[in-house]
Design a binder for this molecule. Structure first.
Ligand SMILES: [Zn+2]
Length: 453
């Protein structure tokens, strides 16, 4: 008689393409971890740290052979803050918040979050995401990872002076990667002696926590949909070999945590730090790039630039002078990146020192100069004739990927020649997905330019 085997095959997990080497994963993760250790309060309590390390080591030993990278070095630290979060960096450094251990209903739930994080590391999701936009150099991530961990306002202040967007590559995952981490996590759980369903239970425990905007962990690890259902399905294909049944160590640690002074929130921990804990030096922020920027006001403010031009810009934009050019940008739309000023929304107007007498040639030279500092800048179509205060000018649409945010942006470049031969240019920039909302404001700014020289 035919026997019908009901054990179905495990879902196949293929790590995504990755432009980084394993050594670079290790190096990038180490740089970021050093910064986290400098800035966040690490709990130095042997009872708690040795418990988490033992648990972590057991899970790492259960990583399937084909995903074990001998270069990687998994380490486990407990952050003494009460919000529910945990994160792991490329190459292996993992941080588990005290609040996460306190909230878990069982050791299996703590193991579930850790197995999920270990899976992101083993599958190299952080660097795979970072490499999708472009390959960043070592050191370029410093300062951003922390901002991404903290999120919200404090996060963007911490990330000041660096690229806020890029640190999130290491920590915020796509739904596709989430599913991979869930499935591999389930496998690691079973091999380490835990019920894979405890991972699904921990997600439910985290969801119940709520709070302002919900726990950070859930926005970093979005539910791909049917999370509990597919973990349950996968669990059916797995056998828990030597189930861990002794829960005394977990209970002792939870009881011990209750005897310690109450932990601050991550935000409080950052604010209470004497130096303000701002990575990358103590330079005062001249502007902080944020994810959302107020829409351009329909009211205008008029600015006069010496004997050159007059321009009217939305009244909620500020005037920022830098060298020979002036940027008009809304709060959150300008800041610094790698020590130089950048803007993500707004208009910059300037005059080149010298230029070809041919407008087309002069515009092309300017484009190449811009491209020199923005290597991903491209022309979109041909330039079009336009008028600037009645003079003949050129308008050119460009696309770029912002070095500061990693986002696709659309640029309108308008040029005209002054009587002395110099080139006057206006560069309007907005993220491509917001550009339609800025088009009419940009058109009005360009139309308002009056040459006064
Ligand atoms: Zn995840």
């Amino acid at each position: 008689m035919l026997s019908l085997a009901v054990v179905s095959a495990q879902t196949r997990i293929t790590p995504p393409d990755n432009k980084y080497t394993l050594e670079e994963d290790v190096q990038l993760g180490r740089e970021a971890a050093e910064q986290v250790e400098d800035e966040l309060p690490i709990l130095h309590d042997d009872a708690v740290s040795s418990y988490i390390e033992t648990l972590g080591d057991r899970l790492v030993a259960a990583i399937p052979a084909e995903l074990r990278h001998p270069e990687f070095h998994y380490t486990f630290a407990v952050v003494n803050v009460r919000d529910i979060n945990a994160f792991a960096l490329p190459g292996g450094p993992m941080f588990v918040n005290r609040g996460m251990i306190a909230a878990a209903q069982s050791e299996g739930e703590v193991a579930g979050v850790m197995a999920h994080e270990i899976s992101h590391v083993a599958l190299r999701h952080g660097t795979a995401q970072a490499g999708k936009a472009q390959k960043y150099a070592l050191g370029q991530f410093a300062g951003q990872v922390l901002g991404a961990i903290i999120g919200g306002n404090v996060g963007s202040i911490v990330a000041q002076g660096t690229q806020f967007g890029i640190g999130t590559y290491f920590l915020r995952f796509s739904r596709e990667y989430e599913k991979q981490a869930d499935l591999l996590g389930a496998r690691i759980m079973a091999r380490a002696g835990y019920d894979p369903l405890d991972m699904a239970r921990m997600f439910q425990t985290i969801e119940k926590q709520g709070g302002a905007g919900g726990p950070q962990w859930l926005s970093d690890h979005p539910n791909p949909g049917n999370r509990v259902a597919y973990i349950t399905e996968e669990a059916r294909t797995l056998r828990v070999d030597h189930p861990v049944t002794d829960m005394r160590a977990f209970e002792r640690v939870q009881a011990h945590l209750k005897t310690l002074p109450r932990a601050p929130t991550t935000e409080q921990a950052m604010k209470d730090a004497p130096s303000g804990r701002r990575p990358g030096g103590a330079r005062e922020p001249s502007g902080v790039l944020t994810d959302t920027v107020e829409a351009p006001s329909t009211r205008v403010t008029t600015y006069e630039e010496g004997n050159l031009y007059r321009v009217s810009v939305p009244s909620n934009w500020r005037e920022l002078r830098r060298g020979s050019s002036v940027t008009f940008a809304p709060a959150g739309g300008f800041g610094e990146h790698d020590g130089s000023s950048v803007f993500t929304h707004g208009v910059e107007i300037g005059v080149t020192r010298e230029a070809s007498r041919d407008l087309e040639q002069a515009t092309n030279d300017l484009f190449e100069a811009l491209q020199g500092s923005n290597p991903r800048m491209r022309r979109e179509g041909a330039s079009r004739p336009t008028a600037v205060d009645g003079r003949s000018g050129l308008a050119q649409t460009l696309s770029n990927v912002s070095e500061a945010t990693g986002k696709e942006e659309t640029i309108q470049l308008v040029t005209t020649q002054l009587d002395d031969g110099r080139l006057l240019y206006a560069i309007a920039v907005a993220p491509s997905d917001e550009f339609d909302g800025y088009r009419s404001a940009f058109d009005r700014v360009m139309a308002s330019i009056r040459l006064t020289g």
